[in-house]
Design a protein around this ligand. Structure first.
Ligand SMILES: [Zn+2]
Length: 107
């Protein structure tokens, strides 16, 4: 078992996931992995699909920060989610978890 900590800037959590971006491996804790998944979900909802390359890794003080290379407006996202909810049965509970996770996130 590795005792590496999360590569995300200002994070001291133990890494639980390894994510590969452009052939490089980055270790992420559960929180930051969830953030990454949520960011991709937002892109997918807004643009009809998402890939890891829709996200960018920014190096910061020897650590990393993950930013979306696509414009993700929370307002548009929630609007689109409302639409999807009607047609595909996305549960309201998910909206709550998205907004809770992204609250206070600065990019
Ligand atoms: Zn982390």
């Amino acid at each position: 078992m590795s005792e590496h900590s999360c590569d995300y800037v200002n994070c001291q959590n133990k890494a639980s996931y390894i994510v590969t971006f452009n052939g490089r491996h980055y270790q992420l804790c559960k929180t930051h992995f969830k953030r990454l998944v949520n960011a991709m979900t937002k892109i997918a909802v807004l643009y009809g699909g998402s890939e890891l390359k829709d996200l960018k890794i920014r190096k910061e003080r020897g650590r990393i920060r993950i930013i979306s290379s696509r414009k993700v407006s929370k307002e548009k996202f929630l609007k689109q989610l409302e639409k999807l909810k009607k047609y595909e049965g996305v549960k309201r509970r998910y909206i709550a978890s998205f907004s809770a996770t992204f609250k206070g996130k600065t990019t």
